[in-house]
Design a protein around this ligand. Structure first.
Ligand code: IMP
Ligand code: MG
Length: 179
């Protein structure tokens, strides 16, 4: 598995340090707010799990699963809800946890959906941001790292369902997917 990685971009130590900083900032803001942390499955699972352990205040955890319609390997911008929330978020502050913001379609869809559901406020916390690929105007309130326009795997992010369990963030060798 590790042979498929071209470069490690962020090590386990880099990630741990950055998560401590992000969680401290979020804890300052949310300590009396009782938010719902909404994790976007499956990519954000590892990130969200490590983050909530660092959030030192009362919160609820929920998740959604979404998939985007694709034409070949190009996103069409249409997003579909595969698994809905288990609880109401009406009147609640929400923090959406996402692995990476790429085109922005997924988070645009989700912020609209959660706003329609009556969330009191919505913020986005993304491990990674790939601004070069953005198609719609979506910005995270908290970003771990900004990454170049390469295919990233590890720490929750997959290619074809693989590499999510790598403890670091790396660039996948092009030879793995260009065949
Ligand atoms: P968006 O809707 O284009 O912003 O895409 C968001 C989703 O695409 C993310 O939640 C990821 O699951 C997936 N994605 C985008 N870029 C990458 C990448 O470089 N590696 C792995 N997954 C990615
Ligand atoms: Mg995803």
């Amino acid at each position: 598995m590790n042979n498929d990685i071209q470069t490690i971009v962020y090590s386990q130590d880099d990630i741990n340090q950055r998560l401590n900083q992000l969680a401290n900032t979020i804890t300052e803001k949310y300590r009396d707010q009782f938010p719902v942390i909404v994790s976007v499955m499956t990519g954000a699972m590892v990130f969200a799990t490590d983050m909530i352990k660092r959030m030192n205040f009362k919160l609820n955890v929920d998740y959604v699963d979404v998939s985007s319609y694709e034409n070949g390997d190009q996103s069409t911008g249409q997003v579909k809800l595969v698994q809905d929330l288990s609880h109401s978020i009406k009147g609640r502050p929400v923090i959406i946890m996402e692995d990476i913001i790429d085109t922005g379609y997924t988070l645009q869809y989700l912020t609209n959906l959660l706003a329609d559901r009556g969330a009191k406020s919505i913020e986005i916390c993304a491990l990674l941001d790939k601004p070069a690929r953005r198609q719609v105007n979506v910005e995270a309130d908290y970003v771990g790292f900004t990454v170049p326009d390469e295919f990233i795997v590890g720490y929750g992010l997959d290619y074809d369902g693989l590499y999510r369990n790598l403890p670091f963030v790396g660039i996948l060798k092009r030879s793995v997917y260009e065949n």
